[in-house]
Design a protein around this ligand. Structure first.
Ligand SMILES: Cc1ncc(COP(=O)(O)O)c(C=O)c1O
Length: 372
């Protein structure tokens, strides 16, 4: 199984820009707490798994329990929609491109505010994922192209029809809404302050986050840099081998598009280019960027679903499991011994994973966990 790494040299400083200014002034969690169905998602300790991998503790934040939507993405979309409507309550239709979870989140958020939504998906989006978005009230259309093409199409259709674009990825002159989305994702980290502090000695040493366009990883980077500065936990970003937007950009030293073939089971991470809004944060707050084979994700899904005796069984989807999958690659692959050293992994290390989705495509999930 293939795994590659890039060791970054982070500055640990938050660069001042439009995105970080918005993040500094946001308190999305106060907004989320006002929503019906809001509840902090569980933070689960997996002592059996930690013992198996020879580390101190494993904590897993289970975002499959978020607002009944099976993924963390609603945190960003609904907050961004609320901000847009604060400025212009007359907007009637929200539009986005998605490889699944963000589109469902936009549809849910729009419906919550009594608005319409139109969602464009790439050519390889499964029927189940499209249905899940439609069930939240959106019109869903498949386009003949990949995720980046879907983003460009959504932008064009918004200009043509006067719809409001709510994209989870920033580019030049489109930074504010993606920054609000990152601010929304930050709630899950702020939420952990309460739950983590309830667990004895549970401050973590190492955090694994998975990346598509890197907005989620940017939320993690900002949160930890802002709270701990250079004393933050070390951070690893994990991507699929063939959709390595962040890894390729680290390797080139600037935002660049992946040269991978964009085939991966990790559908939510199947993005070609990082978001411009988060890039400075990723550079400042990431220690290692990793890209892994799909097989690591498959094995990790089974490992969490069929736990060691005494541990909780976790339903973590193909993208949701990627952080943990990256960790298993680091431990298992002898060629990554130096990464274990860079990250200071030892028998006391406390590691945090965020399972960002549950079985968002139930058929795919069942096929993978039941496979021999
Ligand atoms: C389940 C899941 N995890 C992680 C991500 C990565 O988020 P980002 O695209 O902000 O990097 C996504 C994105 O869609 C996702 O659906």
């Amino acid at each position: 199984m293939k795994v590659s790494y890039y060791i970054n040299n982070p500055s640990n400083k938050i660069v001042e820009n439009d995105t970080t200014r918005i993040l500094k002034n946001s308190s999305a969690l106060d907004f989320h707490k006002t929503l019906k169905g809001y509840e902090p998602t569980p933070l689960i300790s997996l002592p059996g798994l930690a013992k198996k991998y020879g580390i101190g503790s494993i904590y897993l934040k289970d975002e499959s329990k978020r607002f009944g939507l099976n993924a963390f993405k609603s945190l960003g979309a609904v907050y961004a929609i609320s901000r847009v409507l604060k400025e212009n309550a007359n907007i009637q239709t929200f539009c986005t491109a998605t490889d699944g979870n963000h589109g469902r989140a936009v549809a849910w958020g729009a419906t919550l505010f009594g608005k319409k939504s139109v969602v464009y998906v790439p050519f390889d989006t499964t029927e189940n994922r499209m249905k899940a978005i439609e069930n939240e009230g959106a019109i869903v259309e498949k386009i003949n192209g990949n995720y980046d093409d879907a983003c460009a199409h959504a932008e064009k259709m918004c200009v043509k029809n006067g719809w409001q674009l709510v994209q989870d990825m920033a580019w030049e002159n489109y930074e504010k809404i993606p920054a609000d989305i990152v601010a929304g994702y930050m709630s899950l980290f702020v939420e952990m302050e309460d739950s983590i502090n309830k667990l004895p000695k549970a401050e973590v040493d190492l955090v694994f986050v998975q990346a598509g366009v890197g907005s989620f990883a940017a939320a993690a980077a900002f949160y930890y840099l802002n709270r701990y500065g250079a004393n933050r936990p070390k951070m690893v970003i994990v991507e699929p081998n063939e959709a390595d937007a962040v890894f390729a950009s680290f390797s080139e030293g600037k935002i660049t598009t992946s040269k991978g073939n964009a085939t991966t089971i990790m559908a939510g991470l199947n993005c070609g280019t990082p978001s411009s809004g988060g890039w400075d944060l990723l550079k400042s707050g990431t220690d290692v960027s990793l890209k892994i084979d799909d097989d690591y994700a498959r094995l990790a899904m089974r490992e969490l679903f069929f736990p060691i005796e005494g541990d909780t069984s976790i339903i973590s989807g193909e993208s949701g499991v990627a952080g943990f999958a990256g960790f298993t690659a680091i431990i298992k692959d002898e060629k990554l011994k130096n990464i274990r050293e860079v990250l200071g992994i030892n028998n006391k290390t406390k590691v945090l994973f965020i399972s960002t989705e549950g079985d968002t495509d139930r058929n795919v999930f069942n096929e993978i966990v039941r496979a021999k």
